[in-house]
Design a protein around this ligand. Structure first.
Ligand SMILES: Cc1cc2nc3c(=O)[nH]c(=O)nc-3n(C[C@H](O)[C@H](O)[C@H](O)COP(=O)(O)OP(=O)(O)OC[C@H]3O[C@@H](n4cnc5c(N)ncnc54)[C@H](O)[C@@H]3O)c2cc1C
Length: 488
């Protein structure tokens, strides 16, 4: 089924508990902190449901249409369709919704291509995963995830000394019809405007953390669940003109707090097995499917960066200066390089798991590493190109509503290359991209959304065929030996 935007907004009015500080939010679709982000998610659904986009963004099975990010890829063409769909969704938010509806859905779909991996001596969870996948695609579910313990949980002794439970989310007990969980999990981006939350552990647990190994899915309105929002940025955007990105693209981040939340057995995917709880992402195509989406999203954002950098330099006339053109050339090379890294993941796709194909894992991790390492540097380049132009603009666009101020503004702020209002519009966008609180959140997001950089490099290390690379060295050295002694 393909959900419409209106249907999505209706689903969000489900009694979920969301806090902004001590304020409890009644309806996330109308609250000034979240309404535009919710509407953005709704627009993604409308775009997907639009018959004009069906060929790219949907696939058919047994006469029913489903979102294309539920394709269990069996060919490069399937991967291409997945990738094109990610691209269209990313373009709808210019890459600022990291956890758009296709992100966690891709994690689940990738895992489903090798779902037998979830079956262990501790439990047969592959049927649960298949059931959840069917549920997601049938109802066009928007899931967020919280797959990290909170930083507060790193010193269990501190809590034990005070007779307090360690704050991280864990299994409290098993019951006939499911399990009960309590505790906190970080950091569910998008959960405020999504339907469900996948709970798990993407980073390995210690062997004794069996109760924390619980992996499951819960609806955002589950009794006992509350979402604690970080400071929302949409409320600070007074007009779209002045804060065009914060206005409608703050996808939200929230801590997930569970107190005695009941999870039916069919939504449990891992239990009491710390090793298994993180391996289900990397030993199946889950992590690869999900982070291919991240690569495509970042590339979409990078295209905006490069286009903006070029227009900024045009607005000041700096584009005529060879050194500035060189800087633009460097940015453009970065953009083209990432484009190649994404295309390569499909061209060099892996025939894995059996009967399926997956984006090339090493190239996906290389792109992920590159994006994580490069984002701050790219921002800095664009900041330098902006100069002080951003702060030469009036405080806000209301200046246009006063005839005399408007006359002065239009006369004095124009440049030979651009009229005053167009410059102001451009620099407002630039600031929301590189300097506003929204931009700052994105800088943090791009550093951490897939784990700290040493974690990402760890994935790259794991997937590298070291034998193959070391054999090159061995072969080279095998071609020569200790030379005969001189004069011998
Ligand atoms: C905006 C944003 C959105 C997010 N969205 C989500 C989400 O949707 N779902 C989700 O589950 N999580 C999400 N996260 C959480 C994210 O996965 C974590 O922030 C990330 O895994 C890093 O964990 P941490 O914040 O606890 O940092 P830490 O692990 O404390 O690391 C902080 C820094 O400490 C140093 N450090 C710590 N340990 C080591 C080590 N062993 N070796 C070397 N250096 C080390 C590094 O410099 C590292 O950068 C989000 C985070 C942000 C910032």
């Amino acid at each position: 089924m393909l959900r419409t935007g209106k249907e999505h907004l209706e689903r969000l009015r489900d009694g979920r508990v969301v806090y902004i500080g001590k304020e409890r939010v009644d309806d996330v679709t109308t609250h000034p902190a979240f309404r535009h982000a919710a509407a953005t998610a709704a627009r993604i659904y409308d775009m997907k449901a639009d018959p004009a986009n069906r060929e790219t963004m949907a696939f058919e099975e047994d006469g029913e249409s489903y979102s294309a990010y539920y394709i269990l890829a069996k060919s490069r063409d399937d991967l291409r369709q997945r990738s094109r769909t990610h691209r269209k969704i990313a373009e709808a938010t210019h890459g600022f919704f990291g956890r758009s509806p296709d992100h966690v859905a891709s994690f689940v779909t990738g895992m489903c291509t090798k779902r037998e991996f979830l079956d262990t001596e501790g439990g047969k969870f592959s049927d649960n995963l298949r059931g959840y996948y069917e549920h997601m695609r049938q109802n066009d579910i928007y899931a967020a995830y919280a797959v990290l313990p909170p930083q507060a949980a790193r010193d269990p002794a501190f809590y034990q000394q005070q007779n307090l439970p360690v704050p991280t989310l864990q299994l409290v007990r098993e019951e006939d019809d499911g399990v009960v969980i309590s505790g906190m999990k970080m950091l569910a981006t998008g959960a405020v405007i999504a339907d469900e939350i996948w709970i798990g552990n993407v980073i390995p647990l210690a062997p004794d953390q069996t109760k924390q190994a619980i992996t499951c899915a819960i609806p955002c309105n589950a009794p006992g669940l509350s979402l604690w929002s970080r400071k929302p940025m949409e409320v600070n955007a007074r007009t779209e003109f002045d804060s065009p990105l914060s206005w409608k693209l703050d996808e939200t981040d929230a801590m997930v707090m569970c107190e005695e939340v009941k999870v039916p057995w069919e939504r449990v995917f891992c239990l009491d097995d710390p090793t298994q709880s993180s391996r289900i992402y990397t030993q199946t195509p889950s992590h690869c499917y999900g982070n291919h989406q991240s690569n495509v999203r970042f590339h979409t954002k990078l295209r905006l960066f490069v286009g903006l950098a070029s227009k900024i330099t045009q607005s000041t006339g700096a584009n005529k200066i060879p050194a500035v053109a060189e800087t633009l050339g460097r940015l453009a090379a970065m953009e083209a390089g990432l484009s190649g890294m994404i295309a390569g993941q499909i061209e060099a796709a892996e025939e894995w798991p059996e009967g399926h194909v997956t984006f090339n894992r090493r190239m996906m991790y290389a792109a992920l590493n590159w994006c994580t390492e490069s984002h701050s540097g790219i921002i800095d380049i664009v900041r330098e190109l902006c100069g002080g132009g951003i702060f030469q603009m009036p405080a806000d666009v209301s200046v246009m509503h006063d005839d005399e101020l408007r006359r002065q503004f239009e006369n004095y702020w124009q440049t030979p290359q651009m009229d005053a209002l167009a410059r102001m519009k451009l620099f407002r966008l630039a600031w929301d991209l590189v300097g506003s609180e929204f931009a700052g959140r994105h800088q943090q997001y791009e550093k951490f959304y897939a784990g700290a950089s040493f974690i990402i490099r760890g994935h790259s290390f794991r997937e590298t065929p070291w034998d193959e690379l070391e054999a090159i060295v061995d072969d080279l050295m095998a071609a020569y030996d200790v030379p005969a002694a001189e004069g011998a």
